[in-house]
Design a protein around this ligand. Sequence first.
Ligand code: G16
Ligand code: MG
Length: 220
Amino acid sequence: MIKGLIFDLDGVITDTAEYHYLAWKSLAKKLDIEMDRAFNEQLKGISRMESLDLILKHGNKENDYTEEEKQELATQKNEEYQHYIEEITHDDLLPGIERLLKEAKEKGIGMALASASKNGPKIIRQLEIDELFDGTVVDPASLRAGKPDPEIFLKGAEILGLKPEECVGLEDAEAGVESINAAGMFSVGVGSEAAMHKADYIVKDTKELTLDRILKAAEK
Ligand code: G16
Ligand code: MG
């Protein structure tokens, strides 16, 4: 029986991907590296430092910076990103998400956040949904390995006091779906069939996410 939903943040609850993209693009420009939206797809769901490494590699500059300089570059990106997320309000919840969160709360379904973002707690406060995730946000800084490793979703289940098979994970990134599957949970993928082909249940848009549909699919 399904007793918990474990959510990715960016791309599932709200669309911060565009802000990550704009902030990375502006840093890449300063470093004389071209990056477009297609390349940006690879950065979804992975950590800040892993994203920077991929961008440097993309520009053939992976050996040009010391660890310290890379930390400084990542900080610059994050400062620009934080300006963007200041503007987030409750209205930035993706369509259907508020209803899903309400339905889950009413039915006593546990909810946890499995986001790679260190800005997650601030974003859910701005969205005014932090009370629903009180004490159930996995701290990405505590992880040994990021997505696609199952650790982040397993920690989410542990925080909820549930077994992995009692949880459903919701993701929009391929690395995230792999993480959910490896955790032994039912995976819901938001996105195109092609991008989400590894998910157990696929919806094109968050609008299609209702608790009823998710539970029916997971408990089949
Ligand atoms: C999000 C984004 C990634 C980002 C990561 C780390 O993950 O999808 O692009 O690199 O968080 O974010 P920050 O720099 O804020 O720590 P998720 O797991 O919410 O999709
Ligand atoms: Mg995501």
